[in-house]
Design a protein around this ligand. Structure first.
Ligand code: GDP
Ligand code: IMO
Ligand code: MG
Length: 429
């Protein structure tokens, strides 16, 4: 298996960016295949921090970075991010960045609608990142999207704008908003077009060539399986499929290209935004984990909700996404706890469940059944070999492995790139 597909196996922010960056030096291309700039992937290399939202995490190590057709692309956000990352000394050219020319665009009107809907929903809000992700995916499926390739044909955009604006003007009127300013939109598109078109191409063709040459492709998922629009905690999810299968459809390669599916799993659980969270901790331990783990959103700065490790959810995610092995991250955040708990099942109206039921109300009522284990007082922070881990940390990792029915391939012990323990190499397995 030459390729590796990295996906989040919880509610996002599992540490995908760190692991993708660590693997990227051995890959020939890193491909984002879904989501958009709702993602926030953090890389720490020799003390220097890079925060990426749209750019694939291979960009910092100079690996060919590809934004696939499954992504929704905000061209203005991309330009800002490219400027920011270039300001940190990373070179971004049409040699190391390629963007699918069939990628749908996120426009200012999508961001507007995301905000209007969330405000109108009041207590029922999803707690989106406000980046226009949902509305942009709706327009893609509704066949109203403006895509990257349209930027080369702005003189003939009129009929597409008619369709797009007929839809949005009606929605905006419902929210008491003025119609879309078409002239201003067209002008903004004209202004940004050359920047995007420099990188635009049929990336499926580029990837086909890479693959034929026997090269290794690393697919970089965003969000996590529990935010998947089908399999997640619907409706408190994002608007794309975050499971491993999307790597194929979101990049233009076949289903046999995904290779080793590496599920990224945090050693406890976090979630940003609304929705059910059975193992959520609203006590001192939750507070402590949140502080030690710096659990604040990379994109919005919101405080992440924190809870114990939920083996039921991760087992479900691994099954749904065909995970070959996991990377267990942030084990160091649990250092110093006297006892640690793992959720092994749910109690719901007198019945025991070994999976998360589909209905939102049932999910909200699931009460966790815990197994307790002794914690460890020694530090795991910065450990680079399995032998350096305290015995109780090893027991915790082994118990997780058993409960989720999936092997641990990597363990991460700090935000730094090289503070990573390799147990099973995803590229050669
Ligand atoms: P992503 O969205 O999955 O890429 O994850 P984020 O970057 O949003 O959040 C993960 C956070 O944890 C970032 O601040 C990382 O630098 C940090 N991180 C990653 N792995 C580890 C680890 O093993 N230990 C600690 N303490 N922090 C980590
Ligand atoms: P990474 O790739 C964590 C969450 C939002 C909200 C829901 C819908 O960094 O793991 P959206 O803006 O996508 O319509 O919001 O999804 N969300 C994330 N949570 N990590 C992410 O990405 C997320 N991307 C979206 O908080 O609950
Ligand atoms: Mg993140």
């Amino acid at each position: 298996m030459a390729n590796v597909t990295v996906i989040g196996a919880q509610w996002g922010d599992e540490g995908k960016g760190k692991i993708v960056d660590w693997l990227a030096s051995r890959a020939d291309a890193v491909v984002r295949f879904q989501g958009g700039h709702n993602a926030g992937h953090t890389l720490v290399i020799d003390g220097k921090t890079y925060k990426l939202s749209l750019l694939p995490s291979g960009i910092v190590s100079g690996t060919l970075s590809v934004i696939g057709n499954g992504v929704v692309l905000d061209p203005w956000a991309l330009r800002d991010e490219v400027a920011k990352v270039e300001g940190q000394g990373v070179s971004i050219t049409d040699e190391n960045l390629a963007i699918a020319d069939n990628c749908p665009l996120i426009l200012p009107l999508h961001r507007d609608l995301d905000g209007l809907r969330e405000t109108a929903a009041g207590k029922g809000k999803i707690g989106t990142t406000g980046r226009g992700i949902g509305p942009a995916y709706e327009d893609k499926v509704g066949r109203r999207a403006i895509r990257v390739c349209d930027l080369a044909h702005l003189d003939t955009l009129e009929p597409q704008l008619d369709r797009l604006c007929a839809h949005h003007d009606a929605l905006r009127a419902g929210f008491g908003q003025p119609p879309v300013d078409r002239a201003a939109l067209l002008e903004e598109l004209r202004e940004i077009a050359p920047f995007v078109l420099r990188f635009a191409q049929p990336v499926w063709k580029r990837l086909k060539k890479v693959r034929r040459a026997g090269a290794k492709i690393l697919f970089e998922g965003a969000q996590g399986v529990l935010l998947d629009v089908d399999h997640g905690t619907y409706p408190f999810v994002t608007s794309s499929n975050t499971v491993s299968g999307t790597a194929a459809s979101g990049s233009g390669l076949g289903p046999n290209s995904t290779g080793f599916v590496l599920g990224i799993v945090k050693a406890y659980t976090t979630r940003v935004g609304s929705g059910p969270f059975p193992t959520e901790l609203e006590d001192d331990i939750g507070q402590r984990l949140g502080e030690r783990g710096h659990e604040f959103g990379t994109v919005t700065g919101r405080k992440r909700r924190v809870g114990w490790f939920d083996a039921v959810l991760v087992r479900q995610s691994c099954a749904i996404s065909g995970v070959t092995g996991i990377a267990l991250t942030k084990i160091d955040v649990l250092d110093g706890l006297e006892r640690v708990k793992i959720c092994t099942g749910y109690r719901l109206r007198g019945k025991v469940y070994d999976y998360l039921p589909s209905h939102a109300a049932d999910q909200a009522d699931c009460e966790p059944i815990y197994e307790e284990m002794p914690g460890w007082s020694e530090s795991t922070a910065g450990a680079r070999s399995y032998a350096d881990l305290p015995a109780n940390a090893i027991k915790y990792i082994q118990r997780i492995q058993e409960l989720i029915e999936c092997p641990v391939a990597l363990v991460s012990t700090s935000p730094e790139r090289d503070d990573t323990i390799l147990m099973r190499d995803p590229f050669v397995d």
